[in-house]
Design a protein. Sequence first.
Lengths: 439, 301
Amino acid sequence: MPNTKRRRLVTTAVVVTLGATALAACGSSDDDSGAESGPVSLTYWTWTPGMDKVVDLWNKGPGKKDQITVTVKKQASGDTLVTKILTAHKAGKAPDLVQAEYQALPTLVSNDALADIGKNVGDAKSKFAGGVWQQTTLGTDAVYAVPQDIGPMMFYYRADLFKKYGLSVPATWEQFAETARALKKKAPDVDLTTFSANDSGLFAGLAQQAGAQWWTTSGTTWKVGINDTATKKVADFWGGLVEEGALDNQPMYTPAWNKALNTGQQIAWVSAVWAPGTLTTAAPDTKGKWAMAPLPQWSSGENVTGSWGGSSTGVTTDSKHKEAAAKFAAWLNTDDEALQALAKESGIYPAATNAQTSGAFTTAPDYFSTQPEFYALASKIAKTTAPSAWGPNVNVAYTTFKDAFGAAAKNKSDFSAALDTMQADTVADMKKQGFEVSE
Amino acid sequence: MSSLAVQKVPSAAGTTGATRGRPPLRSRIALVPTLTLLLGAVYCLLPVAWVVIASTKSGSELFSTFTFLPGTGFTDNVKDLNAYRDGIYWQWMGNSALYAVLGALLSTCVSAFSGYALATYRFRGRETMFNVLLAGVLMPPIILAVPQYLLLAKADLTDSYWSVLLPQILSPYGVYLSRIYAAAAVPGDVVEAGRMDGASEWRIFTRIALPMMVPGMVTVFLFQFVAIWNNFLLPYIMLSDDEKFPLTLGLFTLLEQGANTPALYTLVITGAFLAVIPLVALFLVIQRFWSLDLLSGAVKS
């Protein structure tokens, strides 16, 4: 074991040095302008619907001028795509550009699949909130991706049913629990919401809001804090509510869940800024009856939220035209025209702060037409996103979350024991992969 | 078939059982297998029925109306599917057909050649080769997908039609089946007689052995066709250009559109329904060759 660890460290060091040299080479060739002559053709793996139309704007506009043509190869999203990128990278065949969720970045970087594009993205940093940008640097001086969309978390509720049952919108989690109990008393067959053991991202976001730092590094040593006090607090809170029957324990994104939302059996949803799109298909009959509020806080007066979802654009180490690819990534996620097109064609919520209140985001989504200030409020909430700390095996942590919390939610048993399982499995996997992990 | 059996059994039990007081043993035994088969049929057909019915539901009906109540949105669903990204669905359907037809044909040819050779000729290493092949039958193709990808990447063939076709041409199971079938259906005497008459080995194979092997080859073809039509992992790893995707991959991209984009359930279900039709049609058309298979299984000596 110690041998593997050392080897991994050495390889990483070598790789980092090599990468730096390669980049230095790139950077120096940049000095005499027009060094990269001739047309460049790039491939881009993305799952965003309508991305081909946005990329067309580049190919006909700035891309044409710089002779950089980008081809979209639409992929299916999820952890499987990360595996696919890593497999392709093993063969040296990864595309030039990839879309990656924030929590997948450490995995890709630790496998040396993503290049440092810090020198090529210009002043992109200034367009993003600090907490968002930090996710693409992994706390280093490098920049491994440009943020594309974000998912700041919010509290959605049926305004009409809250009125009917005489409930007020909870500002703290304490009030949230009381609201759930009060509702159970008034209407025993209606639930405030459900704890879904299928959605690891939701739980991670809630823990993030509470101040959890699941993965941290000091030097070359990782520290895993999945069962830290902040996360324990979150797990016990939800576990307690499930145990006493104040909340439902069924997973989200199922036909049954759609039905519960559509018929008013569940009257609230802890979700993120993209919820209108989901609700449109999940609960079409309740259009206009929902409202959005900031996420409940752990102590009154606080103003923090977590994030659920969101992705970035990275350049792979396999790319032969990293500079050109980085240029495109920066354009796609910071240029006004590109961001407006992304909002219109793909319905994403942009990470770039200036785009959050302009163009498509000046009017509320159709589903929330009764709350015209929807996006103004959303943009305010987005600024309060807590920093996140992702590690190289988020996929393992997420898988064990589904197993351990799935069983705990079903049996209404101890959530913090499930959390300990998650911690143990994640640490064990990291050690197996050859990372140095401090206990 | 099964409906016939169902009708027969209770009527027989009804008449004889009522007159004699004690039902004859035969009908009692037949009831259990019939029920088991019926249960099996329901188990297999229920999901198909679900797909058929769900494909007729519009987006708002899909999760809100009773599961087995037909909806009103079938034509709209097909129209939407047709309109999705300028009808890329049909491109996927065409790709699936290309992979399955060409792949199954090539695979059947290879299987016929090698199966016949293994059954007819005695040469050194024959049994070793066959045992290796048997090991190949036991090996799930999923395990091979990544190594095959790395191999084809060296040959610069990934993300091409060939990358999906080539790995599927050699099917250990097909070769195995062909050998067994050739050994049973092509008597050594016939091959010997052909040699006595001065026919070349190639002529013996194409003119004498192959016609005898046709029913078995139809089976190999069908197996391979279905396997390729349903294959997911190999094309998933090999292909990145969605214009080369087969149906399985295409429908997957409709489902996994990212966390903030709802899955296009109605399109996926309608797409899955339409994807089943060619398979059903193929089975109905080729079925008669299969009954031939049963008849010609025993060769008269």
